[in-house]
Design a protein around this ligand. Structure first.
Ligand SMILES: Nc1nc2c(ncn2[C@@H]2O[C@H](COP(=O)(O)OP(=O)(O)OP(=O)(O)O)[C@@H](O)[C@H]2O)c(=O)[nH]1
Length: 310
C-alpha cells in the first residue's frame, strides 16, 4: 500500500469510527483527568467499556491488565487510551485476516449470508471491486431472488465492476440459480464467484431450509464448495450481532465476518466483543456506502481509532 493510500485509509477508518470513539474518548478524558487508577476508577472504566459495546469479558480483561501494571498510580487519559488500544489490538490481531481467494479454485466460491439490510449486496459489490482491482475475474450470483430490488442493485454493482451477474426472475429457486452460476463460472474458469442470498430472519425455518438447500446443491457439483461463507453483520445492531452469529453458525459453517456501517454508529466496540467471543476472521469492515468504503480490517489501526488516537 502506498503511503498516500495508507494515510487516506487511516483517516477514513478514524472518521468512520468517530461516533464510536468520541464518547469513549471523552469519557476516559473526564474520568482520568488528575485521578489515580484506584478501584472506583477501574470500575467506572469497565462500565464505560461495556457501554461502548466491547462486551463484559473484554472490558473486564483489559481493565484487569491495566490494573496490574498501573494500579494506584496517577495515569493520564492519553496513557489509558494507548494502553487500552494495545490490549484491544491484541484481541483483534488474530482475527484480522483478509479474504484471499485460493488461485487453485476456479472459481473460489464465496457464499454471502446475513439478515436483511445488513449490507450483503453492498459488500458483494465492494468485494467485487477489490478483487477486480487485483486483476481477478469475478461473477456475481443474485441469490436473493425474493426482492427484485436486490437483483437490480446487484446488477448495478456488476456494471460498475465489470462483473457478469447471473440472475433469474423474482421468486425463482435460489439453489437452482446458485448451481447454474457455479457451472457458468466454472466454464469460464473465473477466479471468484460471489453468491448473494436472502436474509429473512423473521422466518428462521425458511431461511435455514433455503441456505441448506443452496449449500447442498452446490456441493453436489463440487464437494469443496462454498470455499468461504461470509456473514455480513450490521454494527448498528450492537449486541444483537452475537445472536446473529449464533443463528447463522447453526445453519452453516460461517468462515468469516464482514462488519458494516461502522460509520453510522457508536457501537463499533461490538467488533471487539465478537472477536473475543467467536474468534472468527474479520475479513473487512464497511465504513460507508461508496465503492471504496470496504476496508481490509487492520487490528492496530482499528483499536487506536476506536480510542480516538492517531
Ligand atoms: N453507512 C453505511 N451504509 C452501508 C454500509 N454497507 C451497506 N450500507 C447501506 O445499507 C443499506 C442496506 O445494504 P444492502 O447491501 O442492500 O443490504 P442487504 O443485506 O443486501 O439487504 P437485502 O437486500 O435487503 O437483503 C444500503 O442502503 C447500503 O448502502 C456501510 O458500511 N456504511
Amino acid at each position: 500500500m502506498s503511503e498516500q493510500t495508507k494515510s487516506g485509509w487511516l483517516s477514513r477508518i478514524r472518521e468512520g469510527l468517530s461516533r464510536s470513539s468520541s464518547r469513549l474518548s471523552q469519557g476516559i478524558t473526564d474520568l482520568f483527568t488528575k485521578r489515580k487508577l484506584d478501584e472506583a476508577a477501574l470500575e467506572e472504566l469497565e462500565e464505560m467499556l461495556i457501554a461502548a459495546d466491547l462486551g463484559v469479558t473484554t472490558a473486564a480483561r483489559v481493565a484487569a491488565l491495566l490494573a496490574k501494571s498501573r494500579f494506584d498510580q496517577e495515569i493520564s487519559p492519553e496513557e489509558i487510551k494507548s494502553a487500552l488500544a494495545e490490549e484491544i489490538a491484541t484481541v483483534l490481531e488474530p482475527v484480522a485476516l483478509p479474504l484471499r481467494p485460493d488461485p487453485a479454485n476456479k472459481p473460489h466460491v464465496v457464499l454471502v449470508v446475513g439478515v436483511n439490510g445488513s449490507g450483503k449486496t453492498t459488500t458483494i459489490g465492494k468485494l467485487a471491486k477489490s478483487f477486480r482491482d487485483q486483476g481477478l475475474s469475478v461473477t456475481l450470483a443474485a441469490g436473493d431472488t425474493f426482492r427484485a430490488a436486490a437483483v437490480e442493485q446487484l446488477k448495478v454493482w456488476g456494471e460498475r465492476t465489470g462483473s457478469p451477474v447471473i440472475s433469474r426472475d423474482q421468486g425463482a429457486d435460489a439453489a437452482g440459480l446458485a448451481f447454474d452460476a457455479l457451472k457458468e463460472a466454472q466454464a469460464r474458469r473465473d477466479d471468484v464467484l460471489l453468491i448473494d442470498t436472502a436474509g429473512r430472519l423473521q422466518n428462521k425455518t425458511d431461511l435455514m431450509a433455503e441456505l441448506e438447500k443452496i449449500i447442498r446443491v452446490l456441493k453436489r457439483q463440487d464437494p469443496m464448495v462454498p470455499h468461504d461463507v461470509l456473514l455480513v453483520l450490521d454494527a448498528t445492531v450492537g449486541q444483537n450481532a452475537h445472536s446473529q452469529v449464533e443463528i447463522f453458525r447453526n445453519i452453516t459453517k460461517v468462515s468469516g465476518l464482514v462488519v458494516t456501517k461502522l460509520d453510522g454508529t457508536a457501537k463499533g466496540g461490538v467488533l471487539v466483543a465478537l472477536a473475543e467471543k467467536f474468534k472468527l476472521p474479520v475479513h473487512a469492515i464497511g465504513v460507508g456506502e461508496g465503492i471504496d468504503d470496504l476496508r481490509p480490517f487492520e487490528a492496530k489501526a482499528f483499536a487506536r481509532s476506536l480510542m480516538g488516537l492517531d
